[in-house]
Design a protein around this ligand. Sequence first.
Ligand SMILES: [Zn+2]
Length: 192
Amino acid sequence: MSNIAFDTWIEQHMFNDKLSKRQRLAAAMFCAKLETDAHPKLALASANLLDSNSIELVQLTNAIQLARTAAHRAIKNAYAPYSNFHVGASIITQSLNVFGGCNVENASYGLTICAERNAVGAAVAAADTDVLFVLVHTNTPAPVWPCGACRQVLMEFGSQAICIGIDAQGTEAWLPLELLLPNSFNSESLTQ
Ligand SMILES: [Zn+2]
């Protein structure tokens, strides 16, 4: 994915007063993850935003750590006897609550539900559905992004969310959901 796409997304989110402070900080955290690829002006702005919101940054960082633990715990409980592809997911909502889920397969293969959608279901059951981050933990050599179906379901509750893929070694990759599912179908599409 091009640096232009990253820069544009960050600019549209980091300085957007219509978004919550946590959403803007999440965009700044994503910018900080881009190493030298990020536009120098954006990198400086993100550093300033994070520096001037140090308490909120600690809260977000702690929530992400809790979510890593939740995804790690969930993958151990994944029910995947057919594919042996174990997935643990967790969601951080804007209230900084964490909800976990694992993939649940079935002998009737088509009934399988992904970890991400089970985590969404847990958040919906708790009436806490404003998704800020989505973590997907897999036992793979490189991080894996949500499947197409899960991207669509996640978009329903977190169009501005950031996905964090975590591989078997704990290496992470960050990417906004909007860049994983551009021009998505959503509730506004129904009223056009
Ligand atoms: Zn999926």
